[in-house]
Design a protein around this ligand. Structure first.
Ligand SMILES: Nc1ncnc2c1ncn2[C@@H]1O[C@H](COP(=O)(O)OP(=O)(O)O)[C@@H](O)[C@H]1O
Ligand SMILES: [Mg+2]
Length: 365
């Protein structure tokens, strides 16, 4: 498990990473998505103890990376943006060197064989790293991270510069690794994160702009309530019929898709699902529905919105926090009322006590 608390990195006047807080649970594959310069590498370098933070904390399986760097690093396999390869070494020599460097205790031959099998570099084991293709070099980099079998893998843009086939291979491999390791993977490519990760943190200008499952992100943010229906029927008549469905706010006919067939963009009120009613009314007119889909915002739309400076902060956790704050406020109000009631009672008692005292005095007199 990785716990990041208010992590900040300042380069002079420039804040590269600004007060990041998040947790990564065991077995999760977390995607770190953000444009170039967002602060992904800086964050990863702090998590792995490669650079220190200006302020804030990073705990790796409960160990503070700055308090006990060696203890924390034992839990991490790191593939930096530029893999730390010694190009003049053979794969075999290099991996043995890393094995020694990490003071690995696993049986050497069997472990190195396992790792090379996993990342599929057995066939280049005796080759000099310089002469390998970029895809192979990247896999040697991954092998280096896997030596010692660390529970956490941190991979900085592992597919950058690879060709499509190599990208798919590396992605498949990461998915496989995700079954046994906790993985943080950074990328500026959205489809990559979508293909590999369970959860995504979108980072922009050193800050978290979104933190959720890929699925939830697309679902929760979709503020539009739009349906796209492809209907075979007379355009004007169809428009009229669609507009009459309760809950429909507006309808626009898109371009002609096939002869006499249009896509209709239907905007509806938030709380209604018109699909069934739409179906009935179209069929009643003997028209045909050739397609019907909700037009959700894709992760791409969201990413662009966030990173193009639309100033959207999408954070469902924030929403939860707001809801919780509202709840707490309500409770506080209830307490206030109770306190007021108690005060009133106390006052009443005081008055009674006073009256009793007066009675007593009267009695005495
Ligand atoms: N050593 C450094 N000195 C000064 N500025 C740096 C240094 N490293 C990174 N930066 C700056 O910090 C910001 C974040 O960089 P980085 O973490 O590499 O982003 P990413 O990995 O998301 O592309 C960038 O603006 C970059 O120029
Ligand atoms: Mg980077």
């Amino acid at each position: 498990m990785i716990e990041v608390q208010n992590l900040t990195k300042q380069y002079g006047a420039k804040t590269a990473v600004n007060n990041l807080s998040f947790t990564v649970n065991d077995g999760e594959i977390l995607g770190f998505l953000g444009p170039n310069g967002a602060g992904k590498s800086t964050t990863m370098n702090m998590l792995t103890g490669y650079i220190s933070s200006t302020s804030g904390k990073a705990l790796i399986n409960g160990i503070d990376i700055l308090d006990d760097p060696i203890g924390a690093k034992k839990n991490i396999g790191y593939l930096p943006e530029i893999p730390p390869l010694y190009l003049d070494m053979t794969v075999k020599d290099y991996l043995n060197f890393i094995y020694d460097l990490k003071k690995c205790k696993l049986p050497r031959k069997a472990h190195l064989e396992d790792v090379c099998g996993l990342v599929m570099i057995k066939d280049v084991y005796n080759r000099i790293i310089r002469n390998l293709s970029k895809g192979y070099k990247q896999r040697v980099g991954l092998a280096q991270a896997l030596i010692g079998n660390p529970p956490i893998l941190i991979l900085d843009e592992p597919t950058v510069g690879l060709d499509p086939k190599q990208i798919i291979e590396i992605r498949t491999l990461i998915k496989k690794l995700g079954k046994k390791h906790t993985v943080i993977l950074s990328s500026h490519i959205l489809s990559e994160i979508q293909a590999v990760c369970d959860r995504v943190i979108i980072i922009n200008h050193g800050q978290i702009a979104a933190d959720d499952t890929t699925e939830n992100l697309t679902k929760n943010i979709s503020t539009d309530h739009k349906l796209i229906a492809r209907i075979d029927g007379s355009r004007e008549e169809v428009l009229k019929t669609l507009k009459n469905i309760p809950g429909v706010v507006s309808v626009v006919a898109d371009m002609e898709r096939e002869k006499g067939i249009y896509d209709y963009e239907i905007e509806t009120r938030e709380d209604v699902d018109i699909r069934r009613e739409l179906f009935k009314r179209i069929v009643a007119r003997n028209w045909v529905i050739l397609g019907l889909k909700t037009s959700e915002m894709t992760l791409e739309d969201i990413f662009l919105k966030i990173t193009m400076g639309d100033n959207v902060v999408i954070n469902t956790k924030k929403k939860d926090a707001e809801a919780k704050a509202a709840e707490a406020d309500e409770k506080a109000e209830q307490y206030d009322e109770k306190a007021k009631a108690t005060d009133a009672k106390a006052e009443e008692y005081d008055k009674l006590a006073e009256a009793a005292e007066t009675h007593e005095k009267e009695d005495e007199e």
